[in-house]
Every structure is written in structure tokens, then in C-alpha cells.
Design a protein around this ligand. Structure first.
Ligand code: PMP
Length: 393
């Protein structure tokens, strides 16, 4: 039998939904897959070329340092300086096989069995299982504000010592962005309570309609601090498949992660690291082109989705590339389903649209729609949803 540890883990709801959609597509069914968080853009050519050059130069037969090539860590340090006017050292950086592995390793490095981890609900599916695998205790708090952002009051109300707070801004799935004052309040609270804070900033470059993104690096330095930043190239550079992310933290935390990563991956793929160097140091105009496209899709799709009977996105997203509509209870009853998990299966089977349910994000009653897709595909998806829900109005 497989271990109890793994028996307790749930597959990622987003990937599971996407797998089902792909299976149906393989059977010739025209399914629109809005299940998974990947950009529909291709990786920009300059980045791909850098990887091809690395292969041609035979940069493939060695282990890189566990924490990543010095050239990549330097590129990260210099991007942090350019973007946030913050000074960090190479020892504050470790590069991982996607931001996902950064987060996984951080849970292992920070948590002892039973340690309390607090995050706002809804929250990204993988935090839940990563915390479980580190024997931590997740408390997904539903904040008392329409943007569903974690506040100082939520933290004050928590009755026990909190080991770790996770804040994801821009947020997957709500798209909400924390202001500088909101991030500052959480960091100050954490400092006073000897609590670690992971700021998952993977969507930091994808903010829209004049929204300002604030990084923790603009507020606090890393050394001697409990603030940890997670970022990567997956989302802003359309590089999901390359699997390069990183953690920025005090050198003590970074050393702890490297010890673990020594035995896990040795290092992220060398060729992908060369691609990431070009992403960070090369032409940045493609990031803006993609950001603008996402902004237009958000603006169109937000209004369209809100006109679907029974679906409502109360607060317009400011970043990332997801809409997280609440589903009207009465329409669920009329459709003969008990929860959004069942609804999302019915939508897949009958409307041929793959939207993961809120349950996976610790927030039943909602669906998540990724809008990193062509506008024509998004329009068709909204049309299918309208046709489906109209039957139960
Ligand atoms: N954090 C959040 C909130 C995400 O949505 C994702 C990707 N879906 C990640 C981290 C992981 O990104 P990566 O592809 O770099 O592993």
C-alpha cells in the first residue's frame, strides 16, 4: 500500500479538471478548457533562442549549483533592484523547479508538526496539500471584506500562535491586489508576533487598469526578517513549461531550502535556467504586450460573465488571470446539483466548459475561470455558460 502521507493528499483540482477536459478533447469533443493557470501566449523568441544556444553550447552535462546558476541569481538580484529599488544579495536567492517547488520546500523548511498556517480563503489549491505534507495545520480564514483580503483584524482574532501567514497578491483565484498599506499591516503584525510571512508574488507583473502592485521588497529587507518572497517566470513570460521559480529570503532560510533541494532536484534544469536569464535581462516589451492583452480580456470577460444568469463576480479583479464568480444557490438547486464540485462536472459534461470548482480553493459556492485565452474562445465559453444557466433561471 502507498503511504498514509500520500493517501491523505488530494490531486490538484485544477490539473484534474484540465486532465478530464483533455481526455474529452482526445475523444473529439469540443471542450473549452479554462481549468489551468497557463498563458496562451508562446514563450517569446529571444527566450527560446537563449535556450537553444545553451544546448548548442553544451550547457547540459553538469549539475548547476543547487540554488541555481550564479548568472541567474544575479539576474534576479538585478531585476529586484530595477523593479523595486531593493537591495538583496545572491545568498538571499534560491532557484527552484517552478515557484511551486519553492513553496513546497518552504513548508518543509518552516513547519513543525501542528504549526498553524493562516491564509485568506479562497487560496491556491497547492498550498493546502503542501501544508498537509509538512504536517502543518492550515486555517483558511474567510476575510470579512468583499475583496476577501486578509487583514490585521483576522490575525488578531486568531487564538493561537501563528507560525506562517501566506499572502498571494495578485491573488489566484480572486485577482485582488493588496495595497502597500495592507501588505505593511500584515508584515508589521508578523514581525511583532514572530510569525513568518510568505508573499507569493508570482502574478506581480500582471496587474491591470492602473492598479499598482506592491512587493514586500519595497517595504522590508530580507536579512534578519521573517518575510519570504516567491516569484518566477511562469506567468509574466509565458514560461509555465520551463519550470523556473525562486524564493527570496534570509540566508538562513535559503540555506535550509538548499539542504532539502540538494536531495530533491540537485538543481533546476540548466537549459531552462539559461532561458530564464534571458527572460529577466532581455527585452521586456513582450511582458507588456501580454499584460495589455490580459487587461483587455479581463475588461470584456468580466462584464460578459456578470451577465450570465446565476453567476456574479462581486469585485472586479485587478491582477492575475482568473475570474472567480459566485454561483447563485437557487440556480444550483434548479440544476439539481448540491455543490459547485458537482456543478463543475455537469458543466464539463453538458456545456463542454472546464471550470474548476471553489471547493479546491477552500471556498465552495464558486467557480474559477482562467481568462488567459483568446477572446473568441472566452466569448464562446461565456455563450455556453449562458445557454447552460438559462435553462435553470
Ligand atoms: N502560486 C500561485 C498562486 C499560482 O497560481 C501558481 C501557478 N498556478 C504558482 C504559485 C506556481 O507557479 P510555477 O508555475 O512557477 O510553479
Amino acid at each position: 500500500m502507498i503511504s498514509k502521507r500520500i493517501q491523505a493528499v488530494q490531486p490538484a483540482a485544477t490539473l484534474a479538471m484540465s486532465r478530464m477536459a483533455k481526455d474529452m478533447q482526445a475523444q473529439g469533443i469540443d471542450v473549452i478548457n479554462l481549468g489551468v493557470g497557463e498563458s496562451d501566449f508562446q514563450t517569446p523568441d529571444n527566450i527560446t533562442q537563449a535556450a537553444i544556444k545553451a544546448i548548442e553550447n553544451h550547457q547540459t552535462s553538469f549539475y548547476t549549483p543547487t540554488s541555481g546558476l550564479n548568472a541567474l541569481k544575479s539576474a534576479i538580484v538585478s531585476q529586484v533592484k530595477t523593479r523595486y529599488a531593493a537591495d538583496i544579495l545572491i545568498d538571499n536567492v534560491t532557484v527552484t523547479t517552478g515557484a511551486k517547488l519553492s513553496l513546497f520546500a518552504l513548508m518543509q523548511v518552516l513547519l513543525n508538526p501542528g504549526d498553524n498556517v493562516v491564509s485568506a480563503a479562497p487560496l491556491w489549491v497547492s498550498y493546502v496539500e503542501q501544508i498537509k505534507l509538512a504536517s502543518g495545520k492550515l486555517h483558511a480564514i474567510i476575510p470579512n471584506n468583499p475583496e476577501l483580503k486578509l487583514t490585521r483584524e483576522d490575525l488578531d482574532a486568531f487564538p493561537e500562535q501563528i507560525k506562517l501567514i501566506i499572502v498571494n497578491s495578485p491573488n489566484n483565484p480572486t485577482g485582488q491586489v493588496y495595497s502597500k498599506a495592507e501588505i505593511m499591516a500584515i508584515l508589521e503584525w508578523a514581525e511583532a508576533h514572530e510569525t513568518y510571512v510568505i508573499l507569493d508574488e508570482i502574478y506581480g507583473q500582471l496587474v491591470y487598469n492602473g492598479t499598482t502592485f506592491t512587493s514586500g521588497l519595497q517595504i522590508q529587507s530580507l536579512e534578519n526578517s521573517r518575510m519570504i518572497i516567491v516569484d518566477g517566470v511562469s506567468k509574466a513570460y509565458a514560461m509555465t513549461g520551463w519550470r523556473i521559480g525562486w524564493t527570496l529570503a534570509s540566508s538562513e532560510i535559503i540555506k535550509g531550502m538548499n539542504k532539502l533541494l540538494d536531495h530533491m532536484t540537485s538543481n533546476p534544469t540548466a537549459v531552462a535556467q539559461y532561458a530564464a536569464i534571458e527572460a529577466l535581462l532581455g527585452d521586456q516589451s513582450t511582458v507588456e504586450t501580454m499584460r495589455l492583452a490580459f487587461e483587455q480580456r479581463l475588461n470584456k470577460t468580466f462584464d460578459a460573465l456578470n451577465s450570465v444568469p446565476g453567476l456574479q463576480v462581486a469585485v472586479k479583479p485587478q491582477g492575475a488571470f482568473y475570474l472567480f464568480p459566485k454561483v447563485d444557490n437557487s440556480i444550483m438547486l434548479a440544476a439539481g446539483v448540491n455543490n459547485t464540485n458537482d456543478l463543475s462536472m455537469k458543466l464539463l459534461q453538458e456545456a463542454h466548459v472546464a471550470l474548476p470548482a471553489g471547493e479546491g480553493f477552500s471556498m465552495p459556492g464558486y467557480l474559477r475561470m482562467g481568462y488567459a485565452k483568446d477572446q473568441a474562445v472566452l466569448n464562446e465559453a461565456v455563450q455556453r455558460l449562458t445557454n447552460f444557466f438559462q435553462q435553470y433561471k
